[in-house]
Write a protein that binds this ligand. Structure first.
Ligand SMILES: Nc1ncnc2c1ncn2[C@@H]1O[C@H](COP(=O)(O)OP(=O)(O)O)[C@@H](O)[C@H]1O
Ligand SMILES: [Mg+2]
Length: 314
C-alpha cells in the first residue's frame, strides 16, 4: 500500500527515477510522474467551500460560438464528487458536446468557469491536463500511424500501459486480429478501420494512463452489442478505480450504469439528479420509484450568468 509512505518521499523517489531516465534518454518511457494538480488560482481557492473536495464544478457556464448571437449552452451548473459518474442526455443540438468541450477546457465559456479540483480548467497547462483527463470526442479523430501509437497518444509508452488501456476498453482481442496487431498502420484518420474499431481505439486512447477524469462523448454510437457490454464493464472498472466519468449517451443500456443524469434541452439544464430520479421522470414515468427521493442538486437556471470574475470572488 503506497499510503504507508509519505507522498513527499514517493515524489522524491519518482524524481530520482526521472532524473536517471533523462540522463539515459528514456524519460518518455516512464509513466507520468505523480505530480500534484496545478495550484488553484487564489480566487478559486477562496470560493472553495467545506471540507469535501468537489473535483468538478464551477460557476454557471454559458457559451456562444464566435460571430453568433444565440447562446448554445445557457447557464449550466452542476458539481460532481470524486469517483462519481454522470450521463448527459438530451435531444440532438441540445448543446451536449459543446458543454463537454468546456468541461475539458477545449472551449472557453463566454461566461462562467469550469473547475476541476478547484482550478479553472483553462488555467491548467494542456500537457499536465492530458495526464489527468481522458477524452473521447463524438467524432473520433485518429492519427496516421500504428494502433499502438494512437492509443499511446502518439508519445512513447510501455507496451503494458497500452495493452492495459486496450483491455479496459475491451478491444485487445480485436486489435490482435488486425494484420499486424498493435503495429498495424491505421491510415489517415484511421481509414483502414471500421467506425466501431475507430471508436474502440479512441476509447482505449482516452483510458490510456489511468486518467482521473474520463469524458466520453457518445462512446457507443458505433458499437455493437458485445462492445457495448465491454464498455459497461469498463465503466464498472473505472468506478472501482475511483475515476470521475462524464459521458454523453442516448442508449439506456449505458445510462443505467451512471450515478447521476443531467438532461439538457436547448442549451439549458432541464433536470439534474440521481439517475433513478431523473430517468423515472424523463424516460419511464410509469416505472415506480424504487429509491428514496433525493434532492435535485441543481435547478434549471434561466437567469443570465454573471461575469466570471464576480462569480469567482463570491
Ligand atoms: N462551430 C459552431 N459554430 C456555430 N454553431 C455551432 C458550432 N458547433 C455546433 N454548433 C451548434 O451548436 C448547437 C449544439 O451543438 P452540440 O453541442 O454539438 O449539440 P449536441 O451534442 O447536443 O447534439 C447546434 O445547434 C449546433 O448546430
Ligand atoms: Mg453531440
Amino acid at each position: 500500500m503506497l499510503g504507508h509512505h509519505g507522498s513527499g518521499a514517493r515524489a522524491g523517489r519518482n524524481a530520482d527515477r526521472r532524473l536517471e531516465a533523462v540522463r539515459s534518454g528514456e524519460a518518455s518511457l516512464l509513466p507520468a510522474t505523480d505530480i500534484p494538480a496545478p495550484a488553484a488560482p487564489p480566487s478559486a481557492r477562496a470560493s472553495a467551500t467545506g471540507t469535501r473536495r468537489a473535483p468538478l464544478g464551477g460557476a454557471r457556464v454559458t457559451y456562444g460560438f464566435p460571430n453568433t448571437t444565440t447562446a448554445i449552452v445557457k447557464g449550466v451548473q452542476f458539481a460532481l464528487n470524486p469517483g462519481e459518474s454522470l450521463a448527459v442526455i438530451g435531444p440532438s443540438a441540445a448543446g451536449k458536446s459543446t458543454l463537454i468541450k468546456m468541461l475539458i477546457g477545449t472551449l472557453a465559456p463566454s461566461a462562467g468557469a469550469v473547475r476541476l479540483d478547484g482550478a479553472d480548467v483553462h488555467h491548467w497547462m494542456r500537457e499536465d491536463f492530458g495526464r489527468y483527463v481522458g477524452y473521447l470526442p463524438q467524432a473520433v479523430e485518429l492519427f496516421e500511424g500504428t494502433v499502438f501509437r494512437n492509443i499511446a497518444r502518439m508519445g512513447e509508452a510501455h507496451p503494458e500501459q497500452v495493452f492495459a488501456a486496450a483491455q479496459l476498453a475491451g478491444c485487445h482481442e480485436m486489435i490482435m486480429r488486425l494484420p499486424l496487431g498493435y503495429e498495424t498502420e491505421i491510415g489517415e484518420n484511421g481509414q483502414f478501420l471500421s467506425g466501431g474499431q475507430r471508436q474502440l481505439i479512441g476509447l482505449a486512447r482516452a483510458l490510456f494512463g489511468n486518467p482521473k477524469f474520463v469524458v466520453l462523448d457518445e462512446p457507443n454510437s458505433n458499437l455493437d452489442g458485445e462492445s457495448e457490454k465491454n464498455l459497461i464493464g469498463a465503466l464498472e472498472k473505472l468506478k472501482a478505480l475511483g475515476t470521475t466519468v462524464v459521458l454523453v449517451s442516448h442508449r439506456p443500456g449505458l445510462v443505467q450504469h451512471v450515478d447521476l443524469v443531467l438532461m439538457m434541452r436547448d442549451g439549458a439544464v432541464e433536470m439534474f439528479g440521481p439517475r433513478t430520479d431523473v430517468l423515472n421522470r424523463v424516460i419511464a414515468p410509469s416505472v415506480p420509484n424504487n429509491r428514496p427521493s433525493t434532492e435535485v442538486r441543481v435547478a434549471k437556471v434561466t437567469a443570465p450568468a454573471r461575469r466570471e470574475r464576480s462569480l469567482a470572488a463570491s
